[in-house]
Design a protein around this ligand. Sequence first.
Ligand code: ADP
Length: 190
Amino acid sequence: MEAIFGHTKLILELGDLTRHRAGAIVNAANSSLMGGGGVDGAIHRVGGHAILKECKAIISQIGRLAPGKAVITTGGNLPAENVIHTVGPVWHGDPRQAARILASAYRESLMLADKMAIKTIAFPSISTGAYGYPVQAAAETAVAEVKKYLLQETYLERVTFVLFSREDLKTYAEVLEKVTETDGDFTVKY
Ligand code: ADP
């Protein structure tokens, strides 16, 4: 499914982010930037040591990456040129605070891509794996924040959510459908 916001395409697809070709893919990292499980582990495994080396250099400068912030490294051996590492919120009881941090993770990633003149970016479903954020709530925040960003001035031409299960894809598609219906944006389904 895809929609257009401003001049930018927003695409939802089922797949493996480590196989996605783009100017940048976004890593749902943790504050240490030392890799981990889930999509983070997969990105480091496929991307190779160059990514970890740059992450270590960043951490030696900043100590840790706070939730809601984003930094960029090379894509190493990935098909993506760069990896934007961001940290989502751990889900534990304060939904409004979690939503604020999740929105910030998306926004900071998009801003960093724009700053680097990157035109295509792909996200996983940040925080909905090990960090336990309910997918429906996360999809609502993710889609709303990306939409808000794309309706401002941006160089981005394509933003993709690469969802790892059919169920997640369905949830994101329903959320996107609702957003485009209520606002009358141009939507194409396939
Ligand atoms: P977090 O710690 O932010 O919750 P996880 O990596 O545990 O991050 O999970 C985030 C989402 O990424 C989950 O929906 C998980 O299924 C998904 N995921 C895991 N591996 C991949 C992959 N290779 N490509 C895309 N999504 C992935």
